[in-house]
Design a protein around this ligand. Structure first.
Ligand code: DHB
Length: 525
């Protein structure tokens, strides 16, 4: 069965064009959910199947022959091996030319969406993993007219077309590791939620350790891992990048029997990261608090204002400065900062690329967006009006009725959902002195990249790629602004941008990301 060739059409096509042309199934030693892993955690270089894929890239189709290792358990004592296993893809021939991957960077591409479980165990080739169980309950859809990528499944969108970093990286000659991870909805026979926080980040770290422990056996340069993820997966990618080798996860990793190796990574890519959850409700009201819901209704003004006020305190306490000498980032200055550093350049880039007649039509249809001397012109209020309805209600994350995905993420034991902010806990209970459950501060700490970055955690990645659509109201745009500003202030190389008029899950620069990776591999390029 080994080395059979399956043909899969992949890449920048529509989702519907993703046709599986080969016979299903491939030769792997491990069946999903078997509950056991090999004791020694050593990668078997010979246990691959040869696959073939045609991958659409910016510069045309690439025909790739690759080795595919599937469903490798990455811990000695998996809680659920269907999730705690990874796939490896190594290109051996691209467009008929042999590829040398000995020193190639490794793209570590998670397909986590909605903080849901994600499994790669039954994938038939690269890019086949994904969020399990359908769209996350309690996660609102996009406002009318905005095209968005579905969560997970390596699915990102480039102007309506599907794009996967895993596939793009393979076509560019990199080794790709795709880890599965536990997620918030998993329950055992006793009703215990075994994939709630911090399970997913512990799993990703264990998978990195597996890769690094297999230096010389697993293809590629295991010392240079570049992580990629979108939305919840983007937040976890950022957290992986920020928290390398932190002792805060040592007990969790030891309990799983993770490999004894470093879990620090070289570079982190994060698309629309749903991060800094402890402060996401306040940031959301600061950003989108004045925007109506899709129904046209307004959120509770008083609660929105209270959260906005809390954001001002939080933001001031971070002590961050904007890039390019902008000065202090506060609730008062942040709108102007986002305009200057992100939104006007994004709109300018978008409008400049349009043929003149299309640009004129766009400007006529959007009178709030101006164009002068080759630059976009608009103010913060015009931008907010341009985005239109907010995607989420109030509070956006710690729902008063415990109905959000994040309430479930911070569940514990047989408790499906809990409050994780004092604001919502106190509002929901009517007890102004109510305290979060005693375990929560330590769990929140392990789920948030910001404290690691702010403390200049020594194991943090030094190279960062951060992107978000300017119309993405799944979280506040200040989440990306703060991540990028904090990283840059602590000496990281940060490439952070927004995509104009793009919604949740946008990835409009897959080619740019590949060129960025290439520049990391060879800074002289
Ligand atoms: C995702 C989206 C959300 O709005 C959220 O709160 C968490 C995760 C996602 O798409 O992964």
């Amino acid at each position: 069965m080994r080395n059979r060739r399956d043909v899969v059409k992949l890449g920048l096509g529509t989702g519907a064009a993703l046709a599986l042309a080969g016979p299903a199934g491939s030769a792997v030693a491990v069946s999903p959910a078997s509950g056991t892993a090999s004791g020694d955690l050593s990668f078997d270089p010979a246990a691959f199947t040869v696959k073939t894929a045609t991958i659409a890239t910016e510069t045309g189709d690439r025909h790739v022959v690759y080795r595919f290792w599937r469903a490798i358990p990455y811990v000695r004592r998996p809680v659920d091996v269907a999730y705690q296993s990874l796939n490896v893809s190594q290109p051996i021939e691209i467009d008929g030319k042999a590829v040398e991957t000995g020193a190639a960077l490794i793209l570590f591409s998670n397909s986590i969406g909605g903080y849901m479980p994600s499994s790669v165990a039954t994938a038939q080739g690269i890019g086949g993993g994904g969020m399990m169980g359908g769209p996350p309950p309690g996660m609102a859809g996009a406002p009318p007219g905005l095209v968005e990528a579905p969560s997970g499944s390596n699915a990102m969108l480039s102007r309506g077309r599907r794009v996967s970093n895993a596939e793009q990286a393979l076509a560019a000659g990199y080794v790709v590791v795709e880890p599965g991870a536990r997620g918030r909805t998993l329950t055992d026979a006793e009703g215990v939620f075994y994939g709630v926080a911090p399970a997913a980040i512990v799993d990703l770290k264990a998978a990195v350790r597996y890769v690094r422990a297999n230096r010389g056996r697993l293809p590629g340069d295991t010392e240079r891992i570049v992580s990629s993820g979108t939305s919840a997966g983007g937040a976890l990618s950022a957290l992986l990048g920020a928290s390398g080798d932190s002792g805060l996860y040592a007990a969790d990793l030891a309990a799983l029997g993770a490999a004894e190796a470093s879990d620090a990574i070289f570079a982190a890519g994060a698309w629309c990261p749903i991060a800094d959850l402890d402060h996401a409700d306040m940031a959301y009201e600061w950003n989108w608090g004045g925007n109506p819901l899709a129904s046209g209704a307004r959120v509770d003004r008083e609660a929105s204002q209270a959260l906005r006020t809390a954001f001002a305190d939080y933001q001031a306490g971070l002590g961050l400065e904007g890039r390019d000498g902008f000065g202090p980032l506060t609730a008062e200055t942040y709108g102007a900062y986002l305009l200057e550093a992100y939104l006007l350049p994004a709109a300018g880039h978008y409008l400049a690329a349009l043929p003149e007649a299309e640009r004129a039509a766009y400007l006529a249809a959007h009178p709030g967006i101006g164009w002068q001397d080759g630059e976009a012109r608009f103010g913060w209020d015009a931008f907010l009006a341009h985005v239109g309805p907010r995607k989420k209600g109030l509070p956006a994350f710690d729902a008063f009725d415990l109905s959000s995905g994040e309430n479930n993420l911070f569940g514990l034991g047989t408790t499906k959902a809990r409050h994780f902010t004092p604001f919502s806990l106190r509002h929901a209970t009517g007890d102004a002195a109510a305290q979060l459950d005693a375990d929560l501060p330590a769990t929140l700490r392990r789920m948030n990249p910001m404290p690691f970055i702010l403390e200049a955690h020594p194991g943090r990645a030094r190279h960062w790629w951060i992107r978000v659509g300017a119309k993405d109201s799944d979280t506040s745009l200040s989440v990306v602004g703060n991540l990028a500003a904090a990283l840059a202030a602590r000496g990281a190389e940060v490439d952070a941008r927004m995509y104009w008029d793009a919604g949740h899950g946008a990835n409009e620069g897959a080619g740019d990301f590949m060129r960025w990776i290439a520049s990391l591999a060879d800074p002289g390029r």
